[in-house]
Write a protein that binds this ligand. Structure first.
Ligand code: BGP
Length: 478
């Protein structure tokens, strides 16, 4: 299919996060972080939204796949060479905060950690691949969680500032594109990974989460300001988890409910980070949910001064909402909530597949903010099978990606300024929500399994060659 829609210089690539691929969780002076205490398997899903988690590692009961990841820490050269073979223009990775500041509150950084990312960035540049760095991707140093209560505590703003100053200064000649907090608006759903704490109770969840978010808004705005000072020409973005919200039907009550859910979930954080102000609907929402924020002098000015240069987001699914849900409908929707959409099929993990929703997302975001957009996560988590001849024929993944990329082309024709696309988990890695290896997203297969077995050998899947062709034709050959 010929589209000719993608602009010259479009940033095609893939996305990852340190905790899901590096492994080497105690090497190079790294301290423990939040991901290191998350068990593998379905037990994790319950934990993510739970209250009162104790942050202990119990190897007699659970496995901890993030400890080994896919050993990118030692194999990054091989992996980057494979990304280069696909023609990646950009590679999204995160810097594990606890490699740089093992406890998070030290005054001096850990040189071994800094040197590791130097090697990775140098390797990327050797292959002409631009790094896109997430500063915080669900990796709060564990000490900051245990000692300070995570992002609820104002002190983290200062610790984070030291972290960003350190990495901006160190990598100023190597990294131009930065993202502050991964999926910042997922925080109220999953405070554990987003904010580095487990709420005291259901009653206090929103109060604690929005206070934590306020601290992240200030920290993010400070990071934008500092980044622009230290790295002239740097592009610093926010990162949202975006799921367009549909009304289940044309009942105005449901339409209004869907709109309010969209406001709170999709736009709240974006409004703060892009427009530099709390949204107009925040006041009533805070009042009705008994949320009282401790906002200190200068915070609102900082937020106003530190607005982002572009908006990045993850897109996996849409969400269908109804004001009153029957018991059968409750929990029948996606990870992000809602009810089942009768028009959509779902992945093996129940995530509804909705390519048109991506065009809607792009139009909604661009319509509201008029800032360049980048899709920094999208993809299909699926079970893959290695055939007897060693091939992996992941046509389902190709179909999924093709349909989403077509809708990106449509959105560009609609007038949306889309600058890049990094598909999630370009190499198989540990799943965030379920801690499984078997939920695979990659163009590159990694021989590693949920029971811990496997050689870690890398192997291109059929989608590897397909994506290579997509990139070399700048999105024309789908
Ligand atoms: C996003 C996270 C990623 C990632 C992805 C896929 O929410 O930013 O870290 O893993 O979702 O989710 P999962 O790994 O649970 O399939």
């Amino acid at each position: 299919m010929m589209t000719k829609r993608f602009p010259e210089g479009f940033l095609w690539g893939g996305a990852t996060a340190a905790n899901q691929l590096e492994g080497a969780y105690q090497e190079g002076g790294k301290g423990l972080n939040l991901a290191d205490v998350l068990p593998g398997g379905k037990a994790r899903l319950q934990l993510l939204g739970s209250t009162g988690f104790d942050f202990k590692i119990d190897q007699s009961k659970y496995t901890y796949p993030n400890h080994e990841g896919i050993d990118f820490y030692h194999r990054y050269k091989e992996d980057i060479a494979l990304f280069a073979e696909m023609g990646f223009k950009v590679f999204r990775l995160s810097i594990a905060w606890s490699r740089i500041f093992p406890k998070g509150d030290e005054l001096e950084p850990n040189e071994e950690g800094l040197a590791f990312y130097d090697r990775v960035f140098d390797e990327l540049h050797k292959h002409g691949i631009e790094p896109l760095v997430t500063i915080a991707h669900y990796e709060t140093p564990l000490h900051l969680t245990k000692e300070y209560g995570g992002w609820k505590n104002r002190k983290l703003v200062g610790f984070f500032e030291r972290f960003v100053r350190t990495i901006f200064t160190r990598y100023k000649d190597k990294v131009k594109y930065w993202l502050t907090f991964n999926e910042i608006n997922g925080a109220t759903h999953m405070p554990l990974v987003g904010l580095g704490f487990s709420p005291d109770s259901e009653e206090t969840r929103l109060q604690e989460s929005f206070q934590g978010l306020h601290h992240q808004f200030v920290a993010s705005a400070q990071a934008v300001k500092i980044g622009h000072e230290i790295i002239p020409g740097s592009q610093i973005g926010c990162m949202l988890i975006y799921a367009p919200v549909y009304s289940f039907d044309s009942n105005p009550e449901n339409v209004m409910h869907a709109k309010q859910e969209a406001d709170i979930f999709n736009f709240f954080c974006g409004d703060v980070q892009v427009r530099g102000e709390y949204p107009y609907f925040a006041k009533r929402y805070f009042k009705e949910n008994n949320i009282e924020l401790d906002i200190q002098e200068g915070d609102l000015e900082t937020i106003k001064e530190g607005t982002v240069d572009f908006i990045s987001f993850s897109y996996y699914m849409s969400r269908t909402e109804k004001k009153v849900k029957t018991p059968e409908e409750l929990g029948a929707g996606n990870l992000v909530g809602g009810v089942k959409n009768p028009f959509l099929e779902a992945s093996d993990w129940g995530w509804e597949i909705d390519p048109v929703g991506l065009r809607i997302a792009l139009n909604e975001l661009y319509g509201r903010y008029q800032k360049p957009l980048m899709i920094v996560e999208n993809g299909l988590g699926a079970y893959d099978k290695v055939e007897e001849d060693g091939s992996i024929n992941d046509d389902y993944r190709i179909d999924y990606l093709r349909e989403h990329i077509k809708q990106m082309g449509e959105a560009i024709e609609d007038g949306v300024d889309l600058i890049g696309y990094t598909s999630w988990g370009c190499i198989d890695l540990v799943s965030m929500s379920t801690g499984e290896y078997s939920k695979r997203y990659g163009f590159i297969y990694v021989d590693k399994h949920d029971d811990g077995s496997g050689t870690l050998e890398r192997k291109p899947k059929k989608s590897f060659y397909w994506y290579k062709n997509v990139i070399s034709s700048n999105g024309e050959n789908l």
